[in-house]
Design a protein around this ligand. Structure first.
Ligand code: AP5
Length: 223
């Protein structure tokens, strides 16, 4: 019997721990992690036309236009390494993106299996974003108190320099959470209607959440 591939979306507010959990899940289940935030930050760093356009939105904590983000995701999903199953992190974020994703997966002969809704309270999200530190070299997430590096300012994995994301300042965080409420929360209903939504508690530790997700996958027939 052919092995069942797993395509999942991680849905939740900024600071829910989507990137952190995706990093754990990709290793445990051999999945490709596609983060639109990471793809956009790479484009900004490379100063490509997409990056120049995206940076003005990202710095304000607004959504980058659907067309730009969807194009990036579609291209990524066409690559051979996406055949093994994908974790989408930070995409879709609007109903239009969700519909575009359905169409793109359909074209590729794939389908979405599960949407994990990481329900997270606002004070937890704000605490996590204000203390997040990211490695400039390998992109690994740390947190000044929740997941402190062994040496201050230095990545535990590769020794790279840790920095604070530009959009993690209090004003932009406030706006990102508002944008999430306005644009992304609709998706909970969209995916619930399709029978794909599974709710998990985003407030608990990353390891405990991973255990919960593993149990859920087992129950759903993915292991
Ligand atoms: P993006 O990079 O996707 O940011 P986000 O959705 O705001 O999510 P974050 O990366 O801030 O949080 P996360 O949930 O991944 O949490 P993390 O694991 O890092 O998007 C950035 C911008 O790009 C957007 O504002 C927009 O402009 C644009 N964009 C991206 N996608 C787009 C799209 N589809 N359409 C339009 N525009 C788009 O964890 C946070 C911190 O908490 C870390 O320090 C971590 O160490 C810690 N932590 C994580 N989990 C736990 C835990 N369980 N317990 C304790 N600490 C934890």
């Amino acid at each position: 019997m052919e092995e069942r591939k797993l395509n999942i979306v991680l849905l939740g507010p900024p600071g829910a721990g989507k990137g952190t959990q995706a990093d754990i899940l990709k290793k445990a289940f051999d999945l490709l992690h596609v983060s639109t935030g990471d793809l956009l930050r790479e484009a900004v760093k490379a100063e490509s036309p997409v990056g120049r356009k995206a940076s003005e939105y990202m710095e304000r904590g607004e959504l980058v236009p659907d067309r730009i983000v969807t194009e990036l995701v579609k291209e990524r999903l066409k690559q051979p390494d996406a055949k093994r199953g994908v974790i989408l992190d930070g995409y879709p974020r609007t109903k239009a993106q969700a519909e575009a994703l359905d169409a793109a997966l359909n074209e590729l002969g794939k389908a979405m299996d599960l949407v994990l809704y990481m329900k997270t309270s606002e004070d937890v999200a704000v605490q996590r974003l204000s203390g997040r530190r990211v490695c400039r070299k390998c992109g690994k997430n740390h947190h000044v108190t929740n997941m402190p590096p062994s040496a201050e300012g230095v990545c535990d994995i590769c020794g790279g320099e840790l920095y604070q994301r530009k959009d993690d300042n209090p004003e932009t965080v406030k706006n990102r959470l508002r944008v999430y409420e306005d644009s992304t929360k609709d998706l909970v209903g969209y995916y619930r209607g399709k029978g794909l939504l599974r709710e998990v508690n985003g407030d608990i530790s990353a390891q405990k959440l991973f255990e919960d997700i593993k149990s859920l996958f087992k129950k759903e027939g993915f292991s």
